[in-house]
Write a protein that binds this ligand. Structure first.
Ligand code: SF4
Length: 242
């Protein structure tokens, strides 16, 4: 189950993450979902464990999602793989030249990202897609693991308010003098965290917001492909990816 360590020396899936049970509710839920399964996937072995970040270890753009989907990445073991959210996200990345293919169905489907790393605010699937504040606090250590480890980042894209707030809290803990209220989440907003006091010492980079690529948003038209492409293109440009 252990994915290979990235060539830069950054280990996307250290043993402490692979076996993490700091949130008892989420640890039990991820395993229960993996045991019970959805009928359509009953012949598959679910991942049922914390999900590692995925992408290019030399990434200049970091995408911060919410949490694994029950029958998406909690099943496949790779971020945004195997459900409607990933279908929407990777199609957009492919349109913008950030992925070699538009689909993501399994860990061995050949998908490669160009200059992008995907991580999340929580690594275990939460009931109702809602991790509690305590669970997000627990898992901030694993978000920090990726944000600290991927040193070539030049920009970030938050998928939804939870990811947005998690990035702000990370930089505040690193000494950036910011108040969350000064950087409200809004689809398409660009937050110049790199211009805040303490940003240089913390290596803070600009943050772009997008609505989350959840089925609830994409199916209702709250988030359209054109809207998402515009936010992703902004983040791509800030990351120096053309
Ligand atoms: S959500 Fe994060 S902190 Fe909580 S058990 Fe999973 S990996 Fe550990």
């Amino acid at each position: 189950m252990q994915p290979p360590a990235a060539p830069s020396g950054f280990d996307p899936y250290p043993p402490d993450l692979a076996t993490c049970r700091r949130c008892p509710r989420l640890a039990e839920f991820r395993e229960e979902v993996a045991r019970v399964k959805r009928r359509a996937y009953r012949d598959q072995e679910y991942w049922g464990a914390p999900v590692p970040g995925f992408g290019d270890p030399d990434a200049s753009l970091l995408v911060v999602g919410l949490a694994p989907g029950a029958h998406g990445s909690n099943r496949t073991g790779r971020m945004f793989t195997g459900d409607a959210s990933g279908t929407f996200l990777y199609a957009a990345m492919h349109r913008l030249g950030l992925a070699n293919q538009p689909t993501a169905v399994s860990r061995d489907d050949g998908l490669r990202l160009n200059g992008v790393w995907i991580t999340a605010s929580a690594r275990c699937v939460p009931p109702g897609n809602k991790p509690s504040p305590d669970e997000l606090r627990n898992c901030s250590r694993w978000l920090a693991h990726d944000l600290d480890g991927l040193r070539l980042k030049k920009a970030m894209l938050a998928l939804g308010k939870v990811g947005h707030d998690a990035v702000l809290r990370f930089y505040r803990q690193r000494g950036v003098e910011l108040r969350l209220a000064d950087f409200p989440f809004a689809h398409g907003a660009v937050h110049r965290l790199d211009a805040v006091a303490g940003a240089a010492e913390a290596g803070a980079v600009p943050l772009v917001d997008a609505y989350h690529v959840s089925f609830q948003n994409t199916n209702t038209g709250r988030l359209t492909p054109a809207m998402f492409d515009a936010a992703l293109a902004e983040a791509k440009a800030l990351a120096g990816l053309g």
